[in-house]
Design a binder for this molecule. Structure first.
Ligand SMILES: [Zn+2]
Length: 131
């Protein structure tokens, strides 16, 4: 079971289907396939499902950009104005640049946490927990 969880996560982060490993989760730059074209595993779910990617994206932006800029400011490397401009621009631009990565991590994380979802859907059962 642990191997299955790690493999699902690794595949999702690697832009591959968590179940079958098919490459290419995205239809366009920012839109996932609704289901895996090869095995049918849902990659998009009901409204709100993808919201899990937002805290990941927010964390990446804060920890990867805003925090380092703030630390440099506190240590005297930037003036307040420079830190505000650099931090603000990064906080606006970085979420767009990391959006795909956040979605991939979210897909992998979802199926790593709930590997049963892959089995239920693989068997074609209607008993998924989301109705
Ligand atoms: Zn697949």
């Amino acid at each position: 079971m642990e191997h299955q969880r790690m493999e699902a996560f690794r595949r999702g982060v690697g832009n591959r289907c968590p179940r079958c490993g098919r490459e290419g989760l995205f239809v366009t730059a920012y839109r996932l396939h609704r289901d895996c074209p090869d095995c049918g595993l849902p990659l998009e779910h009901e409204d709100g499902w993808a919201l899990g990617a937002i805290p990941l994206n927010y964390s990446l932006t804060c920890l990867g950009w805003v925090l380092p800029v703030s630390i440099i400011f506190i240590l005297g490397g930037f003036s307040l104005k420079t830190a505000a401009i650099i931090g603000g621009l990064g906080a606006v631009v970085l979420p767009f640049l990391t959006y795909r990565y956040s979605k991939k991590v979210w897909v992998g994380l979802y199926y790593a946490i709930l590997p049963r979802e892959m089995r239920v859907r693989a068997e074609g059962e209607k008993g998924d927990i989301h109705g």
